[in-house]
Every structure is written in structure tokens, then in C-alpha cells.
Design a protein around this ligand. Structure first.
Ligand SMILES: [Zn+2]
Length: 468
């Protein structure tokens, strides 16, 4: 089954079900990559995308596109670093990606964007002496006309009679065809303005349906197990939803927050705000910072395939605090769409490190778009961790090995003191173990045993010394 999202072209909003509850039209299905866990683009995201698109379509077309007054969704793509599909007007307009050659964000246009590019023609187009092109084809300088000089860049390919043919990469006076599509005269259908309010109206019953199912799930398991109930709160949007759903169900529970000692200041602030606003009791578990740093000195940085940090910073302090509660039921914000590993997990489970705890998640089948619509519908945006509005997809430790270089760049910018401490540690480790510069530049410490093939290819190396 293909992953994707439904979209009402008439109302220009995402649809949770299959039919729009506002105009009653059947929604269109847009195929998306990976888990199709698209989230709304917020102010900062829109600003970034606009700044990237400006050189492609210019200010007048950018204004006509009017992304600030529409629902724009971002969906993560598999790539060397951070990359998204950008969904505007119910179409994947383009990809944006954090380029590891330049350490800057870039745009990869798709057919809808190419249709807009030709309107302004700012020199991002090559006119080809052909009626169609095919993927991986190499076009020589005699095959095309390109006006903007000799830069090395992506270009939209058009035929002489202005049919959109595909996307190419211009290099050394040649064009490599990256994508080819069926030739057609471009026409971009601009969607109408739409706000979150419109999106909520078009999905009201669906949101309420998911809510009532989650609440009855919680009620059922709390009654079945009759244990002391705890809501695990991480400062993330998923655990915030679980907290709100638990309160709605009338569950008498305490909040548990484990401070890993590697938290972003925004997360610590968020915990305080949520506890105060919802007037709920909180139990805090604190990781031993000294233990983390001395273990790091001993075995090296935690990595995606060497996750000793979760044991030291999360499980150990959590276990210590929970020990005094005996048998507990823990409500956790875990979703299928988050990762492949979680896709196969159950809505009720035990962790072998915490044998006295039964975990349940009421939001197993919720997608990010539903999470955001729910939060906005219930006017709880003010309780959301501000990291999401700054550009993060998930909330975690500031040096989490699961994060991207684009994420680390943001951490470095906002919290230089935190990042510096980590970088000093990495520099010392690199020196002591005689590792290559690339290990630090490309944050290869995120993998202990084997760097992913894509990154090895990018660096032009069959193997990289990262093992220490
Ligand atoms: Zn509609």
C-alpha cells in the first residue's frame, strides 16, 4: 500500500479521512515518501522555503503562491541529511534538502515548481532541442540553450515550444537528466487561501472520532490494570497529546519527566509551563551528568548503533524513580508513523529494563497532521514545545545521534554554549583516536560500526575509520 495523505483540492486543506467534511467532496490522495508523516510548515519553515524559492520563481510569483495564507505541509525524505517534500496546493511542489557540499539548504524542483519557473524565467531553465528526454541521459551543449552562464546547478528542462520535460543538473557545459516526465505545457493551479481553522472545519468529525477512540482505549486499560498510572512526558508533542487525552478521560495520574541532562533549554521550559498551566503533579527523574560524561570519555560518543545513552540518561534514572511506585501503568506518546521499529510495536508493551511497568499508547495510529490539528483545535499551541516552531521535527537531546547536521547547526546557533561543550569533547576524542577530519565535519560519530553507504559514497570512500 502506498503511503500518503488525502487533500481536498476544493478547500485546499489536508483531510484525515477520505471525504472533506466541509464541501463533502471526495479528497484526492497524494502519495508521499517514507511514513508519510507530514507536518505543517510553521513561520520559520515558510521563511526558509520562500528564501530558497525566490531565485527560482521571483517575488511576484512567490506572492501569487502566497504560502503564508495556506496550509503547507513538510514530509521527511530519506537523504544524506535533512530533506523534505514540500506540499503546497495539494501538490508536491519541490524537495528542499540540506546540502552537504555547501552546508546550505537547497531546492530540487519537481514538475509543479517547473511550471511556475517558466512564468518568470530567471535563468533556471534550459531549452532543449528535443521533444522529450529520458532519465540519466546526457545532453551536450549543442542539444540545449542555457542563458545564465556556466554555473553548476539544477535546471528545469523545457522543449523549444515550452513544454516541461524534466529536471537536469548542469555541469561542464553538459546536462545530466535527473528526472524526466511526460511532456506537457505547464499550468499551475493556484489553490485558494486556507487557514488551520478551515482545515479543522474540514476534519471536525474525524478528529473527534480519533479523540473518542483514544479516550475509550485509555479508560479500558486503566480499568483493566488498576495500577498506579503515570503519564510519561518528554516535552514533545506526542506526549503532550497523551497528557491532554488522559485529562479529558478523567484519569488520575501523575506526570513523569526524565531530565537526561542533555535537554534543550526549550524543553525544560516547556515542562514547567505545561505543569503550571494544567496544574498537574510532576515527578522528576534526573540523570547523573557526571556518569554520562565519564562514560563518554571511556567508550566514545553515543551512536545510532551504540545507544548507551538511553540506558544511562533515560532508563536508569526513570527506573530509580519508578521503583518506589511498585507496579505502574505508563501512558506513553508513541506512534506507528514515527519509525520502522515502532511500526511493528503494539499499543500495549513492556520494557525489559522496567519489568514493573506496563506501557500503553493511545495514539498508535495518529499521524503528525492529526496531532497538530488536534492541538490547534483544542487551542493548546501555547503548550507546545517551541522547538517545533523553530524548525525541529522532534524533541530530543541536543546532541542526539539520530539528529541531522541541519539540526546540529540550529543547536549551535541558538545554544552555542551547549554545542561547544560537546564539540570540545568530540575534538579531544578525535585527536586521541587519530580519526579523520570528516568524522567531525560530517558528524560521522553518529555511527560506530558502519557509516551508511550514501555517506560513504558522498565522501568518495569505501570505508572510513570511525571505529575506536
Ligand atoms: Zn472540501
Amino acid at each position: 500500500m502506498l503511503n500518503g495523505i488525502h487533500w481536498c483540492d476544493n478547500c485546499n486543506v489536508p483531510i484525515i479521512g477520505e471525504k472533506c467534511e466541509n464541501c463533502f467532496k471526495k479528497a484526492n490522495f497524494v502519495v508521499l515518501s517514507r511514513a508519510a508523516d507530514a507536518r505543517p510548515a510553521f513561520e520559520n519553515d515558510i521563511r526558509l522555503i520562500k528564501s530558497l524559492l525566490r531565485e527560482w520563481i521571483g517575488q511576484p510569483t512567490l506572492k501569487k503562491l502566497d504560502m503564508e495564507r495556506k496550509i503547507v505541509l513538510l514530509n521527511r525524505l530519506p537523504y544524506l541529511d535533512k530533506a523534505y517534500e514540500v506540499l503546497v496546493d495539494g501538490k508536491i511542489l519541490c524537495h528542499v534538502f540540506f546540502d552537504l557540499y555547501t552546508f546550505k539548504w537547497k531546492v530540487k524542483p519537481l514538475k509543479p515548481l517547473c511550471s511556475l519557473v517558466i512564468e518568470e524565467n530567471l535563468g533556471k531553465i534550459a531549452f532543449v532541442n528535443k521533444e522529450k528526454v529520458s532519465k540519466d541521459e546526457i545532453l551536450n551543449s549543442t542539444d540545449f540553450k542555457f542563458n545564465a552562464g556556466e554555473s553548476e546547478d539544477l535546471v528545469c528542462l523545457f522543449s523549444r515550444d515550452e513544454k516541461s520535460l524534466g529536471l537536469g543538473f548542469l555541469t561542464d557545459n553538459k546536462i545530466i537528466v535527473l528526472k524526466a516526465w511526460s511532456p506537457s505545457k505547464p499550468r499551475y493551479n493556484f489553490g485558494k487561501k486556507a487557514s488551520f481553522k478551515d482545515a479543522i472545519k474540514a476534519n471536525k468529525l474525524s478528529i473527534e472520532h480519533f479523540e473518542s477512540r483514544a479516550c475509550s482505549f485509555l479508560e479500558r486499560y486503566v480499568n483493566r490494570f488498576k495500577r498506579k498510572t503515570i503519564i510519561s512526558y518528554s516535552g514533545g508533542k506526542d506526549s503532550l497529546i497523551c497528557l491532554l487525552l488522559s485529562l479529558k478521560t478523567g484519569i488520575n495520574a501523575k506526570l513523569l519527566f526524565t531530565n537526561t541532562c542533555l535537554e534543550m533549554p526549550e524543553t525544560l521550559k516547556n515542562v514547567e509551563r505545561v505543569v503550571e498551566a494544567l496544574e498537574i503533579d510532576v515527578i522528576k527523574a534526573e540523570a547523573d551528568c557526571t556518569e554520562f560524561w565519564s562514560k563518554a570519555e571511556e567508550v566514545g560518543p553515543p551512536a545510532r548503533d551504540f545507544r548507551w545513552c538511553s540506558q544511562v540518561c533515560k532508563l536508569k534514572p526513570t527506573k530509580k524513580v519508578l521503583a518506589s511506585f511498585g507496579e505502574t501503568l505508563c501512558i506513553v506518546g508513541q506512534r506507528k508513523a514515527e519509525s520502522l521499529k515502532r511500526a511493528s510495536s503494539q499499543a500495549v508493551w513492556k520494557n525489559r529494563y522496567l519489568p514493573n511497568v506496563i506501557n500503553i499508547t493511545p495514539i498508535q495510529n495518529w499521524k503528525a497532521s492529526l496531532i497538530w490539528l488536534y492541538l490547534i483545535k483544542n487551542r493548546k499551541e501555547n503548550l507546545v514545545n517551541e522547538l517545533y516552531f523553530k524548525g525541529f521535527d522532534r524533541v530530543g537531546c541536543y546532541m542526539c545521534p539520530s539528529a541531522t547536521i541541519a539540526d546540529f547547526k540550529m543547536v549551535k546557533e541558538w545554544h552555542p554554549e551547549l554545542w561547544e561543550k560537546w564539540e570540545v569533547f568530540l575534538q579531544n576524542w578525535k585527536k586521541r583516536n587519530n580519526l579523520e577530519d570528516a568524522w567531525l565535519t560530517y558528524a560521522l560519530w553518529r555511527w560506530k560500526r558502519r557509516t551508511p553507504k550514501g555517506i560513504r559514497n558522498f565522501l568518495g570512500k569505501s570505508s572510513i575509520k570511525t571505529v575506536f
